[in-house]
Design a protein around this ligand. Structure first.
Ligand SMILES: C[S@@+](CC[C@H](N)C(=O)[O-])C[C@H]1O[C@@H](n2cnc3c(N)ncnc32)[C@H](O)[C@@H]1O
Length: 347
């Protein structure tokens, strides 16, 4: 993946190669999810998480597209667990189920294979190019999708802006910086970001994807629901991290065998959506799940469970909603057209 003895590449290129190099990238050769993997995501903690997402999806459809056909597209479906549970729930609501085309947009061929195995009895299509989506209202949903996209970082050092690069010199990796023209960067993305900042963290890939999703929902209607590791600080800071076996590790160590992610910056996301004339709403995962009735659903399941199973159900829900665990670190973000009013989960 980085075969040459000496290289020097921008951080986002480095992350992209470390995660998605066709042969040696992390997501191209590993299945990182679960207790015995490197990290656990919400759909793997409790199926009730995906059931709540399903409830939200069917409610959105009912409010805006009742009796119409829609696409439900999962962005970055990992091991396929969330869409599996969404479809399982949807099967109980035939009117909705019969109107849905379920689609996965996934970059990793290794994970596509795994998803195809898990979903072999379900009616799911895979797309590598979102332009090929059929023209009908489309609801995009992505759990921990944005935080897995590559980012760039810029540092203001003694009044000059530098871009963060990764270099390999005589076989050893380290971070370095290269002087840059920050105005040119800002002009490229049509966003003024550097005022009052001495550090910038920007995902060009995030901007590109959101533009693409915006074009689709502007043309065909629909919305985007992201659930991501995110913060809303005005001041940007370094949120890049690598994780292996559930522990933070050095980003430049064991490249290709660790997950690299960052925290989505909601202030930055707001600026992108403002430029695109999109409405944005966000709340914490805790509030979203409580608002959708996660406790009621847990009680129903617990009613027919043994004592141990009951404890397990509530232990897992606590991981999802507890303020010190995922409850506040994770945010649920809704993007749709300005004229849409939909508050379920965001009250
Ligand atoms: C952190 S994992 C989350 C997986 C899953 N949603 C979950 O919650 O367990 C990120 C997922 O997004 C996929 N992904 C990352 N960048 C992508 C891109 N540009 N296009 C499509 N999929 C992408 C990865 O391959 C992986 O499946």
């Amino acid at each position: 993946m980085f075969n040459k003895k000496n290289i020097k590449i921008p951080l986002d290129k480095f992350i992209d190669r470390a995660l998605y190099h066709p042969k040696k990238g992390y997501y191209m050769q590993k299945v990182p999810f679960g207790q015995y993997g490197d990290f656990v995501t919400a759909p793997g903690i409790s199926k009730i998480f995906s059931e709540m997402v399903f409830l939200w999806l069917i409610s959105y459809w009912e409010k805006f597209y009742k009796d119409r056909k829609i696409n439900i597209v999962e962005l970055g479906a990992g091991n396929g667990e969330m869409i599996f549970q969404i479809i399982s729930s949807a099967r109980n609501y035939k009117k909705f189920y019969n109107k849905c085309d379920f689609i996965i947009f996934e970059k990793s061929n290794k994970l596509i294979k795994l998803q195809k195995e898990k979903l072999k009895n379900q009616n799911v299509k895979w797309l590598k190019n979102l332009d090929k989506l059929q023209n009908k209202p489309t609801i995009f949903v992505g759990n921990e999708f944005l935080d897995a996209l590559p980012i760039k970082q810029f540092i203001n050092f003694k009044g000059n802006w530098y871009e963060r690069y990764v270099q390999k010199h005589k076989g050893i990796f380290n971070f370095t910086k290269v002087k840059c023209n920050i105005e040119r960067v800002e002009n490229k993305i049509k966003l003024k970001l550097s005022k009052n900042q001495n550090f910038l963290e920007i995902s060009f890939e995030e901007i590109k994807i959101i533009k693409k999703l915006n074009n689709i929902i502007k043309k065909n209607n629909g919305c985007v629901l992201f659930i991501d590791y995110a913060h809303s600080n005005q001041k940007m800071f370094d949120t890049l991290q690598a994780v292996k076996k559930h522990k933070k590790v050095d980003i430049l160590n064991d490249i290709g065998n660790t997950d690299i992610s960052h925290m989505v910056n909601l202030s930055f996301l707001k600026k992108i959506t403002k430029n695109l004339n999109l409405k944005i709403k966000f709340t914490t995962q805790r509030k979203f799940l409580l608002n959708l009735g996660i406790m009621k659903r847990a009680e129903i399941l617990a009613n027919r469970a043994s004592f141990l199973e009951k404890a397990n159900i509530f232990y897992r829900i606590n991981r999802l909603i507890d303020r010190r665990q995922m409850g506040e670190l994770f945010k649920v973000i809704l993007l749709h057209k300005k004229n849409k009013q939909f508050n379920l989960g965001f009250k």
